[in-house]
Design a protein around this ligand. Sequence first.
Ligand code: PLP
Length: 396
Amino acid sequence: MNMKIKINENYKNLKKSYLFSEIAKRVKAYSEENPSAKIIRLGIGDVTLPLTRSVTEAMTKAVAEMGERETFHGYAPDNGYDFLREAISRHYKRFGVDIPVEEISVSDGAKSDVGNITELFGDNPVLIPDPVYPVYYDSNVMSGRRISFIRADETNGFLPMPEGLSGEGYIIYLCSPNNPTGAVYDHASLKRWVDFAVSTGSLILYDSAYEAYIHGNFPHTIYEIEGARACAIEICSFSKTAGFTGTRCSWTVVPSELSAGGMSLREMWERRQATKFNGVPYVVQRGAEAALSDTGYAECMELVGYYMKNAALIAGVLREKGIFFTGGTSSPYIWMRCPSGMDSWSFFDSLLHGIQVVGTPGAGFGECGEGYFRLTSFGSREATEEAVARLRGFLQ
Ligand code: PLP
């Protein structure tokens, strides 16, 4: 039936999201033709190790509390329980940064917050890196925004910079360490973005979902950069730090300094969440709190260390073969140039058919991703070692 309601026409402008479905389709077709093939998946963006002991113990205790009348919890506070907001505030002190508890809102995922925060803004020009996590682009298309891409390629080390941009009042998305390229901004380059944002009255939306993977002297949070409180909102997640992809917990920091059009962005975000979101479950927030305790955080670093060892194995074989790549040292992702000038999907097919290894074609993350390929370190050690051995035999 053709209904009489009007729809959000912007949805017609979304590109068909075919990356992961196309991968699944090609892998399925291959396995049907080759039922005995042992396929190794290095394409997944999801963690595989279980929750840590501190987290499960805290959650088990919280479940028991939920079963007693005296300690039962109903709706959680809109912005999260203070125990978790305080733990997050203390976490920032690990990086020498002071974030007041009131500026932290707990949520059920960085994806939700990245998508929902667009509601706070009017018709601003939006700058989105290419390639990048596709949610930034799609959520802005849904709200009919004017989007420009900032190119990330080999000439800038996959780290676009603001020089050459004119205009003002931008909404700027930055993701560091980056998905999919694994590139990470250093303090000096992030400072150039902060200075640009301050001088043009722009807002940076900083996605630090992979900060736990940083190795070496790179900013874990944009608030390590002087001036960032005047221009940046930060969104971070327990997903990749603590294995919460299926447990769901994240946070967003909106500094009290941020205001536009006579409105405080923090008050707007709190209002948005209070109106449309009913909080993260008590049990999950107790688990998240435990992940940030000293013991819990050390356990998270073990998870990260496991994945990073996988990344080092993959990086090792690419180095041996002289293949250009970024990432793999401060990121679970390795972004490699496809050999022999192949395009992303041809390389995908050649790996699948040649050695039964599945990765993610870079073209799926944006135009600049064509000719590149993403491998992830989220598999098991055994599978990664086997994939690396196959790559060693296959790559020239
Ligand atoms: N931000 C980036 C850059 C990501 O790659 C992902 C997930 O892959 C997310 C956010 C989503 O995080 P969450 O699981 O907290 O929704």
